[in-house]
Design a protein around this ligand. Structure first.
Ligand SMILES: NC(=O)c1ccc[n+]([C@@H]2O[C@H](COP(=O)([O-])OP(=O)(O)OC[C@H]3O[C@@H](n4cnc5c(N)ncnc54)[C@H](O)[C@@H]3O)[C@@H](O)[C@H]2O)c1
Length: 339
């Protein structure tokens, strides 16, 4: 698959085995998730023909401090604009690698090899790079699509179930945003490789039209306003997949309440999430925090002068961005999941 983001070609390559598709004579450096290297040392060891920097995947390490260490590593190994920087790991590793590659010498060649389901269908796709700053997630970043994204589904064999769920939630989200066969593919649980391929295709179709997140791309936030609140009040104890799943259910519930969709569509949306054991949420542990802090979190964007927008359904596989005046209604919808 080939896509053009910012007139720059991104090639998506599927591989059954571990090969890097670059000639030996091209200089490469590798930024690798430490855990992935330990799990796949035998196979990765054979293809890594350049200096390596290992990243311990945590949100704490998605930081300027880690980026400085990476710049030092680049300097030590004489990285220049023609060096290929290869990031191998989950979304944390691909975000940080892409950020470092986009800023070092105003941009180096970048290849991403995502190793989690979420990174394969989402984080490594579409050209957003990010690090956290001052406690704010993804506060600093750039738009810098990789030249190549290499998908090796074999990496998923070692991925824990909870991490798989994060990817399923994003696939379902994409399937609900626009008309495509992805929903039926998910319903019949066909081959995961075909699902990844379709999910990438749909995300890139949206990104190609709106790389900088000013229009259609914002629809990819379906479920994510609610998810963001849940993740914040639980201090990230609630996993991203669960939070997005509740978020999608809440978006459907609010759409139903506002008369935008009927009960059949609401049921269809909930059923597909049930099929992948993606929770509704009933642990009351975070309800107080939600009531106390929810409004503050929800209104953070408003304080920054931005309107409060939320993605809602107006049909099956049809969503739109709705400006919300009453943030209490959004929170009430979410609170209902804790009863
Ligand atoms: N740039 C974007 O457009 C975008 C989109 C979505 C998410 N993100 C970012 O992605 C990050 C989350 O990514 P993630 O869910 O991949 O998390 P992650 O990178 O933390 O990986 C999750 C865990 O799985 C481990 N792991 C990775 N590959 C493995 C494998 N094959 N087998 C076993 N374990 C493996 C990691 O070491 C880590 O412990 C967040 O920081 C988020 O902000 C970015």
């Amino acid at each position: 698959m080939e896509y053009f983001l910012y007139e720059k070609k991104t090639e998506i390559i599927f591989q059954n085995d571990f090969r890097i598709v670059f000639p030996k004579e091209i200089k490469k450096v590798f930024l690798i998730d430490k855990k992935v290297y330990q799990l796949f040392e035998n196979k990765l060891g054979k293809i890594i023909d350049g200096a390596s920097f290992f990243i311990a995947a945590s949100e704490k390490n998605k930081s300027l401090t880690e980026v400085r260490k990476i710049y030092d590593f680049f300097k030590k190994h004489n990285v220049n604009r023609s060096t290929v920087i290869i990031g191998i790991g989950g979304g944390i590793t691909t975000d940080i690698t892409a950020f470092a590659a986009s800023t070092y010498m105003r941009g180096c060649r970048l290849v991403l090899i995502p190793t989690t389901f979420l990174a394969m269908v989402d984080a490594a796709i579409g050209g957003k790079t990010a690090i956290n700053y001052n406690g704010i997630k993804n506060n600093i970043g750039s738009f810098y699509p990789a030249g190549k994204v290499i998908i090796v589904p074999e990496f998923l064999k070692t991925l824990p179930e909870e991490e798989m769920k994060n990817g399923w939630a994003e696939c379902i989200k994409i399937a609900l945003i626009k008309r495509s066969p992805l929903f039926d593919m998910l319903k019949s649980k066909i081959n995961i490789k075909n699902i990844i391929e379709k999910a990438i295709e749909l995300k890139l179709e949206i990104c190609e039209k709106d790389l900088e997140d000013r229009g259609e791309r914002r629809l990819l936030n379906l479920g994510h306003t609610f998810a963001h609140i849940l993740e914040s009040v639980s201090k990230y104890e609630i996993s991203h997949g669960t939070a997005v799943s509740v978020g999608i259910r809440a978006a459907a519930k609010l759409s139903l309440k506002l008369g935008l969709i009927n009960v059949d569509i609401n049921e269809k949306i909930n059923n597909i999430l049930n099929l992948y054991n993606l929770a509704g949420y009933e642990d009351a542990k975070y309800l107080d925090a939600l009531i106390n802090k929810g409004e503050f979190i929800l209104n953070q964007d408003k304080k920054a002068g931005l309107k409060l927008n939320i993605v809602l359904f107006k049909g099956f596989q049809e969503v739109f961005l709705k400006e919300i005046d009453d943030s209490k209604e959004v929170l009430k919808t979410l609170e209902d999941f804790f009863e």
